[in-house]
Design a protein around this ligand. Structure first.
Ligand code: CA
Ligand code: CA
Length: 277
């Protein structure tokens, strides 16, 4: 009983501390809602977050931003950002952090396109505040766990700048803007997270795809050399699609009749007829 009372007191104290220190400018969590979809991140806790569909199923574990200025011997977490806008229940949030002589800003916008499709577009900007040319790397670490489960995600490169997570008929596409993009890595949890977090220099090597099935994570990296007050800008887009059609497995073997048509040069006609049907 006594221990329990102590725990209760500790809890009350912790909640009180949170309330006391939780000024609007230091929001620990931001939540976006749109058309019954919800996206949230805890910016004080390594970008742990949720991307929840209208049925209440969460598909995301983490969205974590890191940076490294060339010359540093390791990557650094973009620290707890300030939330610049007001209104916790909108579909958009502007976050900003000043760190290491950089001003880093993110604008998140959630769009619930329909009950089975939603996207979060993150516009980012990194500005060099110091009076010297500096080469800046920005890393976007993603960990989707589709259909509420970390196991069993597979991955392909859908485009040179789009990593696709898939599980059954659910897919999550993570797309990076191409200006300054060095590439990506895909790996099983916690390999990539540890490469960012291990106290030595990490750069992507465009490796790890196709992936899985396993607990998949991914990283994109951008790099640009900036004069004082110069900015690099880009986007990271995350699209969750609940009615994804997996490509058929195995080679597609044409029927004998199709072979005959192809050989006779009538294939275009046959294809046209089939499309009409
Ligand atoms: Ca590292
Ligand atoms: Ca995962």
């Amino acid at each position: 009983m006594k221990a329990r009372l102590l725990w209760s007191l500790a809890l009350v104290g912790a909640v009180g501390w949170l309330l006391f220190s939780g000024s609007p400018a230091h929001a620990l969590t931001f939540t976006l809602t749109h058309n019954d979809w919800t996206y949230s991140e805890n910016t004080a806790s390594a970008g742990m977050g949720n991307f929840v569909d209208p049925r209440g199923v969460d598909h995301m574990f983490q969205n974590w931003w890191w940076y490294r200025v060339e010359g540093a011997n390791q990557e650094t977490v973009v620290p707890v950002p300030l939330r610049l806008d007001s209104g916790p229940q909108t579909n958009s949030a502007v976050l900003q952090a000043t760190t290491g002589g950089l001003r880093i800003q993110f604008t998140y916008t959630l769009t619930g396109v329909n009950p089975s499709l939603a996207k979060v577009l993150i516009d980012w900007e990194v500005q060099n505040l110091l009076p010297s040319l500096r080469t800046v790397n920005l890393f976007a670490y993603s960990d989707f766990n589709l259909n509420g489960s970390s196991a069993g995600d597979s991955g392909v490169l859908a485009n040179p700048n789009t990593i696709r997570y898939t599980k059954d008929t659910t897919a999550a596409d993570v797309t990076a803007s191409t200006d300054g993009l060095l590439g990506y890595d895909v790996g099983a949890f916690s390999t990539l997270r540890d490469l960012l977090d291990d106290g030595s220099v990490y750069n992507v090597s465009n490796s790890g795809l196709p992936f899985g099935p396993a607990d998949m994570t991914s990283v994109f990296q951008w790099r640009k050399t900036l004069a004082q007050n110069e900015s690099m800008r880009g986007t990271l887009e995350k699209v969750v699609n609940l009615s994804y059609s997996p490509p058929p497995s195995g080679p597609v073997i044409p029927e004998p009749g199709t072979w005959a048509l192809m050989l006779s040069g009538l294939a275009p006609v046959a294809l046209r007829l089939r499309r009409k049907a």
